[in-house]
Design a protein around this ligand. Structure first.
Ligand code: ATP
Ligand code: MG
Length: 393
């Protein structure tokens, strides 16, 4: 029955010039989402409305799932579009619609017509009344309820006429591409993919960096991160994943620095390297999955010391979330199952028994001074040997 969708989006804060940017980004993201679905689609902007229309056979459920992942959409309305061939023809089309979509006629309804084109011979109120009348005649089991109808039959008279009555809820947020770009520090854990998802939901394009430490972390641990990036990219669009070989840096820090400071110092180097790629590729901030107090390196004290190495802001969308709340989102977006696969990540291999929870910046800097110039060489090599994987959902 349905070959097209009318896309509804929130308009708060997207007035004037921004509205075009918002709509264009939305069209682009819907096209991207539908490019993964079998079938041919046309996504267009017409008179302040966005439509996604199938031009060939297509899988309805798959198309809905794909559009549902596009940020910036508040509702997806499967719509039947008919040509204007006079009122009688419209009435017949409406009857066909109701008959097909609502096999059980024992329902209350209301007609909600909107005439966006003033040359149409009937006014909105007249359309409501006439169509209501015709439906009652044709389907006597149906009854009118103007306050709480089970079926709200929308009839929009534009160049074409839109008939729709259901709205599938969208994710909200802003279309990716309207909010700049950020560099996500993506590990194989539960938190960072959720953090990336949340930032992308605000319209931010993502790039990612993963610190890999072979042979302490296996190829499968790396594959897990690629798989996570792929799930996030179903929402966020294509992601360039920088895989940095961190082994030599980690071993050297392990050799030179007090073990209770390892996590802090390693994180400082991770931030430093991630910031390098961020700046190189036009990202405006770092994104991490940190949450206050979750582990020793995520106390306010630790984060302040870690943050000190970079000038870009570090965004931490999960900062005040409890673990269970993060897990709930991870399950909803489809990253949880991948995150809980039991492959070691590079920090678990090198954690101290009693890491500091209130690191002192001066003490940390003194420890780092033992790393001398050699660490700069190692950082340079890590940057030069980065492997960039383009990930698409
Ligand atoms: P996650 O569940 O995201 O792994 P976590 O609770 O295990 O987080 P930490 O290991 O302390 O926390 O890491 C804090 C943040 O640092 C992560 O959310 C992630 O953004 C980043 N991070 C940690 N390890 C790596 C890594 N190997 N590569 C890239 N980023 C990392
Ligand atoms: Mg982790």
């Amino acid at each position: 029955m349905f070959k097209a969708f009318l896309i509804k989006y929130g308009e708060i804060g997207v007035k004037g010039k921004n509205k075009h940017l918002f709509e264009d980004a939305l069209v682009r993201q819907i096209r991207y989402a539908l490019s993964k679905v079998e079938g041919e689609f046309k996504v267009s902007k017409e008179q302040g409305r966005i439509y996604a229309e199938a031009l060939s056979n297509f899988d309805y459920d798959e198309a809905v799932e794909a559009i549902k992942r596009v940020f910036g959409i508040i509702g997806i309305c499967p719509v039947v579009q008919v040509e204007d061939n006079g009122f009688e023809d419209l009435a017949n089309k409406v009857i066909e619609y109701v008959d097909a979509v609502y096999p059980d006629k024992n329902i209350t309804f209301k007609v909600n017509a909107r005439r966006a084109r003033k040359d149409y011979p009937l006014e909105s109120m007249e359309i409501n009344r006439e169509i209501g009348h015709i439906l009652l005649e044709r389907f006597p089991e149906m009854s009118v309820d103007v306050h709480n109808p089970e079926l709200m039959l929308n009839i929009e008279v534009r160049q074409q006429i839109n008939i729709y009555s259901t709205e599938i809820k969208g994710l909200g947020g802003m279309p990716v591409g309207t909010g700049g770009k950020a560099m996500l520090l993506l590990s194989g854990g539960i938190d960072s993919p959720v953090a990336g998802y949340m930032i992308a939901k605000r319209g931010v394009e993502l790039e990612a960096t993963y610190f890999h430490a072979p042979p302490y972390t296996s190829e499968r641990a790396k594959q897990k991160v690629v798989d996570l990036a792929r799930v996030v990219s179903k929402y966020a669009g294509p992601i360039n994943l920088n895989v940095v070989n961190f082994t030599d840096i980690q071993l050297y820090i392990y050799e030179q620095c007090p073990h209770d400071e390892l996590t802090i110092i390693m994180k400082r180097y991770m931030y430093k390297i991630a910031e390098h790629f961020a700046k190189q590729n036009g990202a405006l901030g770092l994104v991490t999955g940190e949450s206050i107090g979750q582990v020793s390196s995520q106390t306010m004290y630790s984060m302040q010391v870690i943050n000190e190495v970079c000038t870009l802001p570090a965004y931490r969308p999960l900062i005040a979330f409890d673990k269970q709340d993060i897990i709930d989102i991870a399950e909803k977006i489809g990253t949880y199952e991948i995150s809980i696969q039991p492959f070691e990540d590079c920090c678990t291999t090198f954690v101290a028994k009693h890491p500091v929870t209130k690191p002192n910046l001066n003490v940390i800097k003194r420890s780092e001074s033992k790393l001398n110039e050699k660490i700069d060489e190692l950082v340079k090599t890590a940057i030069e040997t980065v492997e960039v994987i383009r990930v698409e959902g």
